[in-house]
Design a protein around this ligand. Sequence first.
Ligand SMILES: NC(=O)c1ccc[n+]([C@@H]2O[C@H](COP(=O)([O-])OP(=O)(O)OC[C@H]3O[C@@H](n4cnc5c(N)ncnc54)[C@H](OP(=O)(O)O)[C@@H]3O)[C@@H](O)[C@H]2O)c1
Length: 268
Amino acid sequence: MPVALVTGPGSGIGRATAVGLGRAGFHVIAAGRHPETIEPVIGEVASAGGSGEFLELDLASLRSVIDAARRIVGSDRPIDVLVNNAGIGVNRRGLTDDGFEVHFGINHLGHHALTRDLEPVLSAGARVVSLTSAMHQRARGIDFERLRRPTTLIGLAEYATSKLANVLFIRELARRRPALSAYAVHPGLVRTRLIPGPMRVIPGTGMLSPEQGADTVLWCALSDEVASESGQYYQERTSLLPSPSAQDDDLARELWVRSEMWSGGAEE
Ligand SMILES: NC(=O)c1ccc[n+]([C@@H]2O[C@H](COP(=O)([O-])OP(=O)(O)OC[C@H]3O[C@@H](n4cnc5c(N)ncnc54)[C@H](OP(=O)(O)O)[C@@H]3O)[C@@H](O)[C@H]2O)c1
């Protein structure tokens, strides 16, 4: 049975992705903070034809990320698909346990560390899919000095920076790890908890369901049709050019090196 690990599977796109992987016959390692919301999703994965297990993971704590990866590496099962899905949106403020602005720390740095620490069990040809957003286009570069300061105002700029970091991470992962296939996915505007409440109920916004939002994620994770070129940015099953900052190889390299340093990896 192929194995996938999905972060943030308790709601929204992560839940639909986990169930979709179950339908494709995967064993899903469902990684998140709250077993009470994730266990029912594991039940849905099983009803869809797969199987699953809960893995405790808080991306706001590098200690938790290290422990979670260690448990999986210790069990020595190859992982075929890693979906870096979990994330926080606007109206969230503060610093992670390790002193990083929360959007950067949870949406990017925790996933950088998780992917790196899972590498020993990523199977040859494993696919890594990271959720990003078209909002990455609002971030022109990364001000590295600001990443250790708490969120300002509603966190829109910080969210955009973290989503730019997701695209750059996939680009650099593809360059450094040619044996993997890495994809950054914008799921569209999807009706989930991440969208501020009032926006979710405005009629005519054309918001997608979580299942529709998960479609390109699952396509990148599973389809033989997906372009063999790793490191690209996808929306609606189509490879698109991301913003100029997201195509900046020097920025991608700098983000990688700093993320390694900040998350306790071996500097390369
Ligand atoms: N919705 C959209 O329109 C949209 C558009 C573009 C991109 N995206 C991206 O899609 C991804 C999924 O978001 P969604 O829309 O499905 O929202 P969601 O329903 O709020 O899902 C986010 C998930 O992340 C988990 N999470 C948050 N903080 C975490 C932490 N510290 N450690 C572990 N898990 C954590 C949440 O679990 P708990 O809080 O229960 O722990 C939740 O299950 C995000 O990366 C988001 O940026 C969404």
